[in-house]
Every structure is written in structure tokens, then in C-alpha cells.
Design a protein around this ligand. Sequence first.
Ligand SMILES: [Zn+2]
Length: 426
Amino acid sequence: MHWAPVGVLHLPLKEGGQGLKCLHAQVRVFCLQALQSLLYSAGSSTWSILAHAFLHCFQRLRYDRQLFYLCPRGFPRDLSRLLVFCQDLLRTWKLFSTTRSVAAAVGADLLAEPLLHNPQLRVQAAESRSVCQSLVLAEVTKVGDLLDYNRRDWLDPLTLARRMGLSRPRTPRRILQEVKAALTPAARAYLNRALREGAPRPPSIPGPPDLSIGPLPCRSQQTPHPFTAGRLHELQPVSFQIAPRKYLYTLTLHTLHAHTLVSRPDTKWRDLLPPLEGEQPQWASLYSTLVPRPVGDISWRLLHGAASTGVFLTRFTPIPDTCPFCNVRETLAHVYLECARLQPLFRFLTNILLRFWLHFSPHLFIYTLPIHGPTKSRDLLVNLLLALAKTAIYKTREGRLAKEASCNCRAVFRSSVYSRIRAEFL
Ligand SMILES: [Zn+2]
């Protein structure tokens, strides 16, 4: 590739990106923060009262907060009757894996526990589309709706069948059996006591749900690269109530750009120059107070393979795929490591680095030197020299293609180092 994909540009600098903020991810994070406020905020602002009212009326389900822990498979696809803002909230929610630890066992939360598409109850008999619609028409969508306070017992299957518009009580009987079997003994005891005492009664509003948010399981057909820049596999689910904004942004960014990040290695040099054990690209070392931004950009593009080469250009242009200096096939490794014209420059660098007790190698040249506290000044200086050397290679190649006179990369490197010293110290 001659360029880096958008997903990579949005990664932080230390992870191999350019640290650009992704507007799509920002909008989704805003939706998640609005959801945090909607689900957990103690105060009831005007917008949240309105949002709750719209969610409650959605598809006549009479769910509110419960919408956020329904099984996504059973969730209605047509959100058009909701406010656009609420549609955005639900669409954002479906991008992630969101789970609730356990179903409610006591209190108003148990009465408001959803019957439909509830992964904690798993009422199979209520999964079919027609049964769902019948239950919605009968206004029986929560556990509390199955209680008959006048009889002080669960709803009679025949009564439920009549309300659902069914001639036989077989399906209602199955629904009642499955719900009772799914409830914990404590929950069943609570409901029996509520029936005996006649309270509490629906309608009831559930309390804040205990939800966790994390990445969706990978469903991509592509095999993830072992050294991918994507971090979805590292991100553990966290409690949604206290999920910090930084986590939500990272999760959203990697979810939205998963397709480009997962199948892509962090650097193109994994195959060309396999890193030694424990070695990895030092993205954070590419830019520093010493290294000017355009110089750092060339090192960054080189690590991503986003640099011009004959082999790449010949696919789209009449430019030959050979090196303009030595007529060998011009690959990325040839331009920056193997071309014979680079040898004087590399010998020069070897001599300079020896004065810092460092051994010059292709690995050091490409992956750069990690910056450690005790040797920070030396590391910064060495990384500056390496970055200037890459820039000299890049500029002299461009100059040769433009048929300019000076194409000696060692001389260009020396003059750029001198000019830096003059600018900084003289
Ligand atoms: Zn060459």
C-alpha cells in the first residue's frame, strides 16, 4: 500500500497512528455518554424524561431501560418510530457486546423484568414473532403482567389465551411454565408473597441495570494478524456505569475501524525485516522535540510501507520498476536498506553510533531506538540522526527522479545535520 488507511491515522502516536480524532467515534462516544446519563443519572433532566417517554412507547413493548438489555437478535430492526436521537442511541448500543450479570430476583425490578428477548429468562415459547405480537397486544410483556392480583395467583392460561387472541391455552401454559422454571427460588418466593399481600403492583419502573460493555466477538472472515494494530482482543468488558470516556473512545474507535485494523500488521516490515525477539517498532520515538514533524513523518510512513517505490508506481504509471540508481528491482527494502548507494551513508552512521557505544544495524535503522530515562539525551539524538538519514535517502531518490544534480545521500545527510546544529547551537 502506498498510503495508510484512515483507521491507522486515528490511532494514538504511540500505537502507530497520527493521533487524529475520529469524528464518527466521537459522535458514538457522545451517544454512549448520553446513555450513561439516561440509565444512571440521579437527576431527571427534561431531555431524559422525553427520551424515557419515547422509549417506553416503542413498539408498544412498554419497556424503558429494559430495551438496553434485550437480546440484540430479537431487537426490532425498524426504529423509525423513535426520535432520531433515540435511534442513534440504540444503533450505537448495538455496536458493542453489552451484558447484564443476572436477572432481577426481588423488588420492582423483578416485576419489570422483560418476558421477550430477555437473555436471562430465555422464554423459548415467547421467541416466535407471532407469539411476541400476541403478547404485546395482550399487554403482557413483563413478569409482573403474568400476576393476577384479584385471584392472588398467576394468570390463568385460559384468560391469557383469550387476551392473546388464541383459541387454546397451550402456548400461554408453556410461557407460564418456562417463566416459573427460569426464575430463581428467591424470585418465585418474592412473587408469591407479593400476590398474598397484594403489593407491589405493576406498573413499576426498574432501577439502574448492572450492565457491562465490551467488544463484540470477532465475526470477520479475515484471519487476525498476530501483530495487528487492532486492540479489540485486548479490551476487557467494563461496568458501563463507570466506564471512563477514554475507554469508550478506544472501544468505539477500534470497533468502527476493526475491518482495516484486524487483518493488518502493525508495520509492513514484519515480513521484510522480522523483528528480533522482544523488538518492536518504537512509534513514540519517531517524533520528539528534536525531530521536526516532516522528518518524523518520513520515518512513520516508512514503517507503514506508505512510501513511494518503483514496484508500486509501475502498477499505475509508465515509471519503470527499477531503482533509478542501480537498475535493480526497486522494493521498499531496496530503497531504504539494500541499494549499493546507501553503503557510504551506513558506514558513516556506524562510525557516529560507535561513539555512543551503539551498533548500527538495519533493525535499529528501521525500528529506531527506544527512549529510556537514564540515556534519554543520547536516545533522542540517535533517533534524530536516524530520521535525518531516512529523509536524506527519501530526498535524494526524489531528486534523482526529478533529474536534479545532487543525489549523494551521505552528503545530503551531512549537510542536514550541520544545518540542524547551526540552527540549534550557533
Ligand atoms: Zn538501487
